[in-house]
Design a protein around this ligand. Structure first.
Ligand code: ZN
Length: 235
């Protein structure tokens, strides 16, 4: 797992070596191993949250994950949902402890085994899907490459991601681009509003269609660079 490194969104692109390590808490994973000088207050908070799960023995952790997967099954979830947040913390600890490799527990039958880390298949849809595919919530690697996304939904996701890219890029415009826009604040605000609509579409239209192929799915409901928060994205 890529911990201890904050993958910043640079020029509209996330650092692909750590797609989930962000300064925003809901997609954050850098709360276990770390470089002391890089700890932000948010890192500390998430590390504190994680402590509750770290105290559990392997079997308890495995059982909790399997049970929670049963509760996640059949729905597309916001990344910001507290149940998803709790699951992701536990899942990353389980990944470090190799709970799924040890086959201590059996996940619900609807979940296939992930090729990346043998954990149950739980994909995350993000705006970077064309580049990084669907992301594994256990090991943070690519779970399904973009090309492997079922064809029926892939075209729709591609259209959506292509629409989103130039909008997200507004947050990363250089001085020259900002000057050319005249009123950058207005351009930024406009981009944020468009991002809210695109994220809502991901939650309403795209993520539910992933359920045709996967037992459960998660969609990113925020854009930290455009300052779009989950509560700005109604579905
Ligand atoms: Zn994985």
């Amino acid at each position: 797992m890529n911990v201890g490194k904050l993958g910043k969104c640079i020029s509209g692109r996330r650092d692909m070596t750590s797609p989930l390590d962000k300064t925003f808490p809901t997609r954050h994973s850098a709360f276990m191993a770390f470089e002391p000088e890089s700890i932000s207050p948010l890192d500390s908070l998430w590390r504190e949250y994680a402590r509750a799960f770290q105290e559990w023995d392997d079997l308890t952790l495995g059982r909790w994950l399997a049970k929670t997967l049963g509760q996640l099954e059949g729905r597309a979830w916001r990344l910001s949902h507290p149940l998803v947040g709790a699951y992701r913390i536990a899942a990353q600890i389980a990944h470090e402890k190799q709970i799924w490799f040890k086959r201590l527990v059996t996940p619900p039958a609807a979940y296939a085994e992930s090729p990346c880390c043998r954990a149950p298949f739980l994909p995350l849809l993000t705006r970077d899907v064309r580049e990084s595919g669907l992301i594994c919530q256990h090991c943070s690697e690519t779970l399904v490459s973009f090309e492997e996304i079922p064809a029926g939904i892939r075209a729709e996701i591609e259209t959506w991601a292509r629409q989103y890219e130039p909008i997200h890029a507004v947050a990363h415009w250089d001085d020259r681009q900002r000057k050319r826009a005249g009123n950058y604040d207005a351009a930024y605000e406009n981009a944020a509003e468009q991002a809210e609509q695109l994220l809502a579409r991901a939650g309403k239209d795209l993520a539910p269609k992933l359920l045709d192929s996967y037992a459960a799915a998660i969609w990113e409901d925020q854009d930290e660079c455009l300052e779009v928060r989950p509560e700005d994205v109604p579905v």
